[in-house]
Each structure stands twice: as C-alpha cells, then as structure tokens.
Design a protein around this ligand. Structure first.
Ligand SMILES: Cc1cc2nc3c(=O)[nH]c(=O)nc-3n(C[C@H](O)[C@H](O)[C@H](O)COP(=O)(O)OP(=O)(O)OC[C@H]3O[C@@H](n4cnc5c(N)ncnc54)[C@H](O)[C@@H]3O)c2cc1C
Length: 378
C-alpha cells in the first residue's frame, strides 16, 4: 500500500457535478486539487439514472461555474446531454481525477486529513467532501415484504418501463423521480399507481413560459407566506384541486414547504394530467405487503406485479468520515454545506437541498469554498 504525501493540495471526494465544480473553482484560484472518484467515470450517478430523465431545472440555472451549456441544448437538458457536458467540463479544465479510488476512511490526525482508499493513503490539510446527497438509496422495509412474490426495486435501479409492459406497478413516493417514473411506465404500456404517504404541494415546471425556478429565485427574497399567498390562485388554476384526485393538500404553500420542511414539491412534467385522466391511480401510504400486492393505510388492498421504491436517498457520509461526528447528524447528513465545518480544513459541497435547484446551489457553494480555501492559504 503506497502512502501519498500530497503536501498542500486539497483532496476532493467525488467527481460528480459538485467535485468537478470544486476542482474548477480551485484551479481558477491557482490551486490544483486531487479528485478521488470511486467509479471509472465523471458524473457516474447520471450514467445510472433512468433513460427518460431530463433536468427539472432549466439549463440557465443548472450550469456549473465558468461553463454555460451548449447553445443548441434544449431548455431542459437530457441525462445524456448532462453526461456529455460533465465529461467536456472535466477534460477542458484538465482536472486531476484519480478513478477507481474509493474512499474507505477519512479522519483528522496531526493537523492533516488522512484519506484512505482501497489501495492508497492520501494526506492533506484540506478535505472537500462532494460524494453526493444521493449516495445511498433509502430503502424502507414493510411488514410482509418478504412474502411478496413480485419484484421490488429502488428507483436507482429503474432504467425504463419496457420490462413492465402490461403489468400493474406501484410506485411508492411522490417526489420528482416517482412522478416521472409513473409517466415512463404509462408510456411503455404499464398500469402505474402512485402511493403518496404525506400531504403534498404540486407546482408546474413553468408558469406563463417562465421556468418555475426563475420565479422561485425572484420570490426567494420575499417572506414565504407572502410568496405562497401571491401564487395560490395561479397554482389552483394551473394544477387544479389536488384533493379531487385522492391527495391530501398541505395546509401551507410550496414556498413555505421548501423553506420550513426542506422538501421540494413535485415539479409537474405531465404526471398530473395522467392522474386527472385516470391513467395513474393515487393510493395512500403502504401499510404492509401481501403475497400479491399491498394493503394501504386506509385498509384497502390492491394487487401489483412489481413495486418501485421512489423513496429517495441518503448521503451517509458517516460510512467513511470518522471522528467528525459534530459535522453531521446520526444518519450521516452534513449539518452545513458550502463553508468550512467545525473541523479544520473540512468542507461539504452539494448537501443543501435548495429551493432554487441543487446544481445551481452546487456552483454557488463551490465558489464559496474555493474562495475560503484560497484565503486560508495566503
Ligand atoms: C434522479 C435525480 C434527478 C435530479 N435532477 C436534478 C435537476 O433537475 N436539477 C438539479 O439542480 N438537481 C437535480 N438533482 C440533484 C443533484 O443536482 C444531483 O444529484 C447531482 O448529481 C449532485 O451532484 P454531486 O456531485 O453532489 O453528487 P453525485 O452526482 O452523486 O456525485 C458524487 C460522486 O461521488 C462519488 N463517490 C461517492 N462516495 C465516494 C467514495 N466513498 N469515494 C470516492 N468517490 C465517491 C460517486 O461515485 C459520484 O461520482 C437530481 C438528483 C437525482 C437523484
């Protein structure tokens, strides 16, 4: 096992949008970083996501520092276009990325971060963790699940609706992945249902041709209650009465929900129309599984051939970050992002679920972090 003495080069964990942005911003500041990536490619998560995926955020508000998207890309770019963009970004900037370097442990000792991968030990006074908010799938477990004879997969394993043609599919979760997977299943001839546990808000991707994100950025300066009061009649006209379709409506609007609950409402790209036209059925939360389906919280039972868990992800930085428990909660979710933590030289990037889009936030955080590192160096 070789020991790399890196001198003062910052180490960055992860070559997704956040790690690449950090590398780019540091390079602009004249600092060469070393990016450790467990896979063999940049943006590896985007290679695994489902085929239909397009960004829900518009391209102007999704670009990384110093690199606009190509002019010919559409307003909402596809998964493959994002991959192409990330590869060009890393290549043009000649970032020093070390592939097949999975960080197994990072701890602070003798005023240095000791970062151990499967075959190398790196040392640096500065460590930026950009390993992804969606590092590990969140997979709940219900009573009776083992007796279910159909397939159960997490949304991270879903590629497209082809294998589910003609089948009754339950999608658990009403986030943006769940909403789009329901559309994809229907487009492939499956019969999707959605299990929605909590009360919800739904917002359109655009209002009067303006991306909802741009409206959110402008309204971000207002008190959320005021923004919700202004938006309520427009949303009612555009989205309709959610309770008519089996949803419970949150007693407060999307702006308050994002600020208070740190939860992004469904950005509708066509799911609501399928629900309104009864192509997608809404059910409450799952109570338990049976051999051929599930029982819902309202006691009703339904049969399904497969269940897709669009139940989100967890960052779980505690899987490799040791001795820094004051920087994250018990589940391994960092308590700050975009600035130096309470541990010397330790930064997280990409861990704030932002109302104005995570890619946009990643760019802002990367600039803040690189400025702080450059300042501390001088
Ligand atoms: C389905 C989906 C759709 C999304 N759509 C949008 C959208 O439309 N707009 C938007 O703004 N945001 C969106 N996001 C949120 C966010 O922008 C993306 O998740 C984005 O990829 C985050 O970038 P990241 O670099 O923080 O994390 P990731 O892209 O997850 O990259 C992290 C990298 O770290 C590597 N890594 C992890 N652990 C280790 C380790 N121990 N050692 C070494 N390497 C490691 C991983 O292999 C990976 O390459 C979406 C997220 C998902 C899941």
């Amino acid at each position: 096992m070789s020991d790399f003495s890196i001198d003062k080069n910052p180490i960055v964990i992860g070559a997704g949008p956040a790690g690449l942005s950090i590398g780019a911003c540091l390079k602009r500041a004249g600092i060469q970083s070393i990016i450790l990536e467990q896979s063999d490619k940049v943006g590896s998560a985007w290679h695994r996501h489902y085929d239909r995926l397009h960004l829900h955020t518009d391209k102007k508000n999704s670009e990384l520092p110093y690199a606009p998207f190509p002019r010919e890309y559409p307003r909402y770019i596809s998964r493959t276009q994002l991959i192409e963009y990330l590869e060009t970004y890393a290549g043009k900037l000649q970032l020093d990325i070390r592939f097949y370097q999975q960080v197994l442990s990072a701890c602070y000792e003798n005023e240095q971060w000791k970062i151990q991968t499967q075959d190398k030990l790196y040392r640096s006074p500065i460590l930026v963790i950009a390993a992804g908010y969606t590092r590990e799938p969140n997979i709940p477990n219900w009573p009776g699940q083992n007796s279910f004879t159909g397939r159960v997969i997490h949304s991270s394993q879903y590629k497209n609706g082809e294998p589910f043609k003609g089948e009754r599919i339950l999608v658990v979760g009403f986030g943006n992945s769940g909403g789009e997977i329901a559309i994809d299943l229907w487009e492939h001839g499956a019969h999707p249902s959605l299990s929605v546990r909590n009360a919800v808000n739904v917002i359109p991707r655009e209002l009067f041709g303006i991306p909802i994100l741009s409206i959110g950025i402008v309204q971000g300066r207002m008190p959320p209650k005021l923004a919700d009061a202004i938006n309520a009649p427009i949303l009612r006209a555009v989205i309709g009465d959610l309770t008519k379709y089996g949803f419970r409506k949150l007693p407060y609007g999307p702006a308050t929900q994002i600020r208070q609950d740190k939860h992004i409402p469904l950005i509708d790209i066509g799911t609501m129309k399928l629900i309104q036209e009864s192509y997608v059925t809404i059910h409450p939360g799952v109570k338990e599984f049976t051999a051929d389906g599930v029982i819902f919280m309202d006691g009703k039972q339904a049969q399904f051939d497969a269940v897709i868990l669009a139940t989100g992800y967890r960052p779980q930085v505690n899987a490799f970050l040791h001795g820094a428990s004051n920087t994250h909660d018990e589940a391994g979710t960092p308590s700050s992002s975009g600035r130096e933590t309470s541990m010397p030289g330790l930064y997280f990037c990409g861990y704030y679920v932002s109302p104005t889009g995570m890619l946009r936030e990643i760019g802002i955080e990367a600039m803040q972090i690189s400025a702080a590192i450059a300042k501390n160096k001088t």
